[in-house]
Design a protein around this ligand. Structure first.
Ligand SMILES: NC(=O)c1ccc[n+]([C@@H]2O[C@H](COP(=O)([O-])OP(=O)(O)OC[C@H]3O[C@@H](n4cnc5c(N)ncnc54)[C@H](OP(=O)(O)O)[C@@H]3O)[C@@H](O)[C@H]2O)c1
Length: 440
């Protein structure tokens, strides 16, 4: 039997425990496919493993992850502690710095330091593998880096955060408020106690920054991503979307435009019946528009089982001697992306206004839109509350009337100018809601 690939594993949480369990459970099958066994020989973990059935008796325990990364008894360092700072950063640098390959699922680390780490890996002839960092079990990194290596990609977009998609799905299906669905997501373990990172769109932005680099050969730049979360989405928006033939999803979108590479994360209207529009619950999906073909990958974006599958796939590559440059090309070949300003974004828009009901309001709105050469595909004045036997409930007479506009393709700048003018005209009772429409 050939010598095993000796793994040093830092972090025995959800993913780390699942990786150790999978390597143990499938040792013989993995050895057959990879050409040699893959064994965890040493671990760094603060706590007992999340999986209490794990047998750690054959593994050395090394307290300091940096010491583990440099330990002469391992061939590969697997970082599953998380976070963009130390000990994750320091230990990954320590391993790469002595020419030791690294496997990580750490999107935060890669979104901030991906290029520097890829340079370090190249300099020391080590591999930096991160299939698990984006969309858990979906093999999107390999697809972009290798499968589509010969294609020119125009756009990549998708649902990259299961927590947000779970909340939006529950709101839509059960007509529950955002707050109620968030509470449920936390109870079920889909959302953290502090959910800001997920629902604010920042987790999606980290993943999108990595995908952008792989798709467009640009340096990873998380600060170039325009980020909006789902906190402002109301049942009124989901109901209007339904009636207009759309679904609301939190999308990450990276796209080549004349102004540069656009990277944006925001709630988005996508057509009902489109593949992305029908993705429900915690599932992730990523669509790619390339010159050669269009492609959509869908699957579990998180959880121990799915994520460990991706980590183990990277380990199998290393065990079999298959090594690819981190971003599919030398780090020196990654260009600084020209950042397309969000004001120049072009597309359709959903705009929901709460207007004060007085004569001339509709004409004011139409005039302000026309001044910015915005053409309207539809304008729907939604009724106020109705009485059980028909007619408007007189108690709602003083309430603002909802008006929903759908625009043809226009620019972000034009929409913002038109809305500023409408607000200035004093016909709005609330801040307008704006949701971009994405072709899907
Ligand atoms: N969970 C998922 O579904 C998923 C999916 C894709 C990617 N990821 C990524 O995978 C990584 C791990 O995520 P996870 O969900 O497994 O997190 P987790 O359950 O919180 O596990 C992280 C583990 O690392 C340990 N740790 C932290 N600092 C350490 C140190 N100095 N020395 C040794 N151990 C240390 C933690 O111990 P303490 O708890 O005591 O701090 C914890 O057991 C993250 O980068 C995450 O973004 C996770």
């Amino acid at each position: 039997m050939p010598e095993p690939l000796r793994v040093g594993l830092a972090g025995l949480g959800t993913v780390g425990s699942a990786v150790a369990a999978m390597l143990d459970r499938s040792r013989a099958a993995l050895a057959e496919r990879a050409g040699r066994p893959i064994d965890v020989v040493a671990v760094a973990s603060k706590d007992p493993p999340k999986d209490a059935t794990l047998d750690l008796s054959k593994m050395r325990r090394i307290e300091d992850p940096v010491a583990l990364a440099r330990d002469p008894g391992i061939d590969v360092f697997v970082e599953l502690m998380g976070g963009e700072a130390d000990p994750a950063k320091g230990s990954v640098e320590a391993a790469l710095g002595i020419g030791r390959s690294v496997v990580t699922a750490n999107k935060a680390l890669l979104a901030r330091h991906g290029v520097a780490l890829a340079r370090l890996a190249e300099k020391h002839n080590a591999a930096l593998c991160f299939e698990a960092a984006v969309a858990g079990g979906i093999p999107i990194v390999k697809t972009l880096r290798e499968g589509l290596g010969g294609s020119r990609i125009a756009r990549i977009y998708g649902i990259l955060n299961g927590t947000c998609n779970y909340i939006l799905t529950r709101m839509h299906e059960e007509r529950l408020s955002f707050a109620e669905c968030l509470k449920d997501a936390q109870r079920l373990g889909y959302a953290e106690a502090d959910p800001t990172f997920d629902i604010g769109g920042f987790d999606t932005a980290h993943k999108l920054a990595i995908l952008t680099s792989l798709a467009f050969a640009t340096e990873v730049d998380a600060d170039a991503v325009h980020v909006e979360g789902i906190e402002s989405i109301s049942l009124a928006d989901l109901q209007a979307a339904d009636e207009l033939g759309y679904r609301v999803k939190l999308l990450g979108v990276a796209q080549r435009t004349e102004a540069g590479i656009e990277q944006r994360v925001h709630p988005t209207m996508v057509k009902q019946g489109s593949v992305i529009g029908e993705v429900e619950g915690v599932t992730n999906a990523i669509a790619i528009d390339a010159d050669t073909m269009g492609l959509t990958l869908m699957g579990p974006g998180a959880g121990g089982k799915a994520t460990s599958t991706a980590v183990v796939a990277d380990l199998m590559d290393l065990a079999g001697g298959r090594r690819v440059l981190s971003f599919g090309r030398p780090a020196s070949a990654l260009s600084k992306a020209e950042r397309a300003p969000m004001q120049r974004h072009e597309g359709g828009y959903y705009i929901r206004l709460a207007v004060v009901d007085r004569p001339g309001t509709a004409a004011t709105i139409a005039r302000r839109m026309a001044e910015q050469t915005i053409s309207l595909e539809s304008i729907v004045q939604r009724g106020r509350d109705r009485r059980p036997h028909g007619g408007e409930d007189p108690r709602s007479a003083d309430k603002p009337a909802p008006v929903v506009l759908i625009t043809y393709a226009t620019t972000e700048d034009a929409v913002r100018r038109a809305l500023a003018a409408i607000e200035h005209d004093g016909v709005l009772a609330e801040k307008p809601q704006v949701i971009r429409i994405e072709k899907s």
